[in-house]
Design a protein around this ligand. Structure first.
Ligand code: NAD
Ligand code: ZN
Length: 235
């Protein structure tokens, strides 16, 4: 029984991190195109660094919630049952802090920077700016290691492979509007393995692919999913 879980900003909402499009296309009062596009970064790199510095600093103030913890328990309980992959669109680090290991950040990570001169990426826990030198090549050409609109998400080959082999797929806290992640349910549905699809969202997206919808916040919905899969949350 191979399981693929996709998470979005909703799973971190109960930890106190705002979601993205929730109301009006703004992310923490900024227009998405200003802070989450290569063009926005070219226009005003200092503003974009400042925006991600604030998001990075917030990670010191938040902790994983019951949903992150239950997913880490699910991964542990799944050993011996089949393959497990957790794909997140989130750029926070709450899944790994809760203990998830088979985790892929398809949209990058707040706690990493990318050098636009030499292409190296590395961990980064402090503020960064336009004059931050690259630890590898020294160029003052660092940017957040975040996948912006128009850029290709990370780990797509591995994710597509896992979706092709999935018997169970669950989308948690994602609005289903940002591609390619928005197409993952359809991808799993088409894989010829009669994949069973779950959605967990207090405001379900109404995606026609889902067989089971748990209309609840993630902190309740993910423990409920574990029950339905016959897995104890204390695994
Ligand atoms: P989104 O903001 O577009 O959608 C959030 C979804 O979460 C909505 O469908 C909403 O109904 C649902 N939701 C709200 N509260 C919830 C709860 N308690 N439990 C479960 N679901 C809940 O998010 P998205 O689909 O992930 O797409 C936005 C993009 O924004 C992502 O690519 C991501 O990189 C970026 N982002 C990341 C973070 C983060 O890392 N925590 C935060 C904001 C935005
Ligand atoms: Zn460099």
């Amino acid at each position: 029984m191979n399981l693929v879980v996709l998470t979005g900003a909703g799973i971190s909402a109960e930890s106190g991190i705002s979601t993205f499009r929730a109301a009006d296309g703004l992310w923490e009062n900024h227009r998405i195109e200003d802070v989450a596009s290569p063009e926005g970064f070219m226009r005003d790199p200092a503003l974009v660094h400042h925006f991600y510095n604030l998001r990075r600093a917030q990670l010191h103030e938040v902790v994983p919630n019951k949903a992150h913890q239950a997913l880490a328990a699910l991964e542990r309980a799944w050993r011996g049952r089949g393959a497990f992959l957790l794909v997140t669109q989130n750029v926070d680090d709450l899944h790994e802090r809760a203990g998830s290991r088979a985790l892929r950040h398809m949209h990058g990570e707040l706690r990493r920077l990318l050098c636009t001169a030499c292409g190296e990426t590395g961990p980064w826990h402090d503020d960064a700016g336009v004059d931050t030198p690259c630890p590898d090549c020294g160029a003052e050409a660092m940017r957040p290691d975040i996948v912006w609109f128009g850029e290709i998400p990370h780990h797509m080959d591995e994710i597509m492979e896992a979706l092709g082999q999935a018997d169970l797929f669950c989308a948690i806290g994602t609005s289903g509007v940002v591609y390619p992640a928005a197409g993952f349910a359809a991808q799993a549905r088409r894989n010829g393995r009669n994949c069973v699809l779950y959605e967990i969202n207090p405001t379900p997206t109404g995606g026609r692919y889902f067989d089971h919808v748990i209309a609840a916040p993630a902190s309740e919905g993910v423990p409920e999913l574990l029950c339905r899969l016959g897995v104890g949350a204390d695994s």
